[in-house]
Design a protein around this ligand. Structure first.
Ligand code: ATP
Length: 236
C-alpha cells in the first residue's frame, strides 16, 4: 500500500486533535479528505507526511515506517497556502525546480532531465509562458498552480495536497483537475484535503470525512454535493 496511518493520535497542548485515526490508501486511489473547519484534516495529512508529531500510532509510507522512510522523491506534498507573497523573491521556474531537489541531491547541478521535468510540470499547469516571472506577481490561483507544478516536477507516485483549490479561481481549478486526471491515468495516487469538490468531484474514488479528530465516513463520495459559496472561492 502507498500510505498507512494507524491509530494516530496528535495532541496540541494536551488536547487531542487526531484521536486514533486509521487510514490506508492503495495505489491508484484518489482520496478526498473532507470535513468542517478545524476538524483535523490538515493535521491528518501532516501526520502522514511526518510533519505533525504523533503521540501514539504509526505511519507507513510505501510500506516503510516513517522514521525509516527515505523515499521522499516518491511523494509530492503541497501544503495549505499561507497567503500570497512569502517575501522570498523567486521566479516561477525556480520554485518549480525545487521540486527536483530530493531527486537530484543537493549541490548537484540540474541535468537535462531536471530541466525537462520542470518544463513539463509548468506546461501541465498552464504556466509555461510565466516561467521567468517572479511568483509574487501571479494571482493566488496561479501561485497554487506553481506549488502543484513543484510537486509534479519530482515525478512523484503519490501527491498529497492540502486544500489545493481553496481560494483558487475557476480556470485554475479546471486546469488542476485536468492535471490530476493525467497524473492518475499514468498510475499516480492522490490524497487531497478539500472543503468543496468542484471540478475534482468526477476524479475521486473515495471520500474520507473527518469530524472532531475522527474519521466518521470512509467510502463513497457524498451523494449530495457539499459545494457551497465559499467566502474565498471566487477570488483568484
Ligand atoms: N500547531 C498547532 N498548535 C496548536 N493547535 C493546532 C496546531 N495545528 C492545528 N491545531 C488545532 O487543531 C485543530 C485541527 O486543525 P486542522 O488544521 O487539522 O483542521 P482542518 O480540518 O484542516 O481545518 P481547516 O479546514 O480550517 O484547515 C484546530 O482546532 C486547530 O486550531
Amino acid at each position: 500500500m502507498v500510505l498507512q496511518v494507524e491509530r494516530a493520535v496528535v495532541a496540541y497542548d494536551g488536547r487531542p486533535v487526531l484521536d486514533g485515526v486509521s487510514l490506508t490508501v492503495h495505489a491508484g486511489e484518489v482520496v478526498a479528505v473532507l470535513g468542517a473547519n478545524g476538524s483535523g484534516k490538515s493535521t491528518l495529512v501532516k501526520a502522514a507526511m511526518g510533519l505533525a508529531p504523533l503521540t501514539a500510532g504509526e505511519v507507513r509510507l510505501f510500506g516503510t515506517p516513517l522514521r525509516r522512510f527515505r523515499g521522499w522523491h516518491r511523494i509530492g506534498y503541497v501544503p495549505q497556502r499561507v497567503g500570497a507573497g512569502s517575501g522570498v523573491p523567486a521566479t516561477v521556474a525556480e520554485v518549480v525546480a525545487e521540486g527536483r531537489l530530493a531527486r537530484r541531491g543537493f549541490l548537484r547541478p540540474a541535468s537535462t532531465a531536471d530541466r525537462r521535468a520542470v518544463a513539463e510540470a509548468l506546461d501541465a499547469v498552464g504556466l509555461a509562458e510565466r516561467a521567468r516571472e517572479p511568483v509574487s506577481v501571479l494571482s493566488g490561483g496561479q501561485q497554487q498552480r506553481v506549488l502543484i507544478a513543484r510537486a509534479l516536477a519530482g515525478g512523484p507516485e503519490l501527491l498529497v495536497l492540502d486544500e489545493p483549490t481553496a481560494g483558487v479561481d475557476a480556470v485554475s481549478q479546471e486546469l488542476f483537475a485536468g492535471c490530476l486526471q493525467r497524473f492518475v491515468t499514468y498510475g499516480g495516487t492522490v490524497v487531497f484535503v478539500a472543503h468543496e469538490l468542484g471540478p475534482l468531484r468526477p476524479l475521486i474514488t473515495r471520500a474520507v470525512v473527518v469530524s472532531r479528530g475522527e474519521i466518521v465516513h470512509d467510502g463513497a463520495p457524498p451523494a449530495i454535493d457539499n459545494d457551497h459559496v465559499h467566502p474565498h472561492a471566487a477570488t483568484a
